[in-house]
Design a protein around this ligand. Sequence first.
Ligand SMILES: Cc1cc2nc3c(=O)[nH]c(=O)nc-3n(C[C@H](O)[C@H](O)[C@H](O)COP(=O)(O)O)c2cc1C
Length: 300
Amino acid sequence: MDLAVKIGKIKLKNPIMVASGTFGYAEEFKDITDLKGIGAIITKSVTMKPKQGNKPPRLWETTAGLLNSIGLQNEGVEDFIKNKLPFLKSVGVPVIVSIAGETINEYAQLAKKLNIPAVSGLEINISCPNIKTKHRLFAQDAKAAASAVKAVKKNTKKTTITKLSPEVTDICEIARAVEKGGSDAISVINTIKGMAVDIETQKPQLGDITGGLSGPAIKPVALRIVWETTQTVRIPVIGVGGIMTADDAIEFLLCGATAVQIGTANFLNPQAVIAVAEGIEAYLKEKNLSNLKEIVGRLK
Ligand SMILES: Cc1cc2nc3c(=O)[nH]c(=O)nc-3n(C[C@H](O)[C@H](O)[C@H](O)COP(=O)(O)O)c2cc1C
């Protein structure tokens, strides 16, 4: 059974990656799952300087979903290279580092610093909803999105995946802009901004009031965006949003996703990636197919 896929220059043995921010730096999962069974590991987003993140509570479970307002907490890129990357490299699967900048220059600097052998690719996170800025997200403006991609491309030889926000009027316009900017692939979607309220205290459930919604609640939106963007760009589209089972992943592949990412499901089942890979293989067998490519984009 051939589940291998290629995203830019990165070869994955199967199309299932772990989504940024839901799998730490992989070391946290080393005793509870088979890391070698993962197609590629996408790290928690890394920023130039350490970030403390938002005030707690930062997680709130909703009907069929999860709200988070982590606020990109991380120790910064220098610490990442020194203390997190050596373990990630030792796993032996492609390592894709998610980068988040506050300015175009920061994206450029992050790309330069991470243009090192242990890194297979960069996911350019231009779509985190939990960051306070006076401006719109880079992902909400075609020109700004393309500029971030160009700045990264100028400073790296690595494969780049640009992660888009669903919160735009025309997702296809943004997808085309980042393709034109030189991105090797796109990933859709980041979380959708939401909130929840405690009616006893009459306060928001999250310390930062709003947060990003993930999990099964957002799957129909993510699927629609995969389907729409695959009609308009030639670069690979990676589907992410609410994938809990192999059946969910197969829906994304049928809609045109070259690969998928698993996020919230990792919190419920650390072995979700392995279960999804096995389930896709079983589906292909049942349909008498031997290659993943025979289902990608085959929505009738
Ligand atoms: C707790 C948590 C932290 C996240 N942190 C990041 C992050 O640092 N960078 C990023 O690009 N996406 C981040 N995300 C978004 C996920 O990568 C993913 O796009 C989203 O959760 C939708 O997929 P899912 O429904 O499978 O979780 C985070 C999601 C959660 C739940």
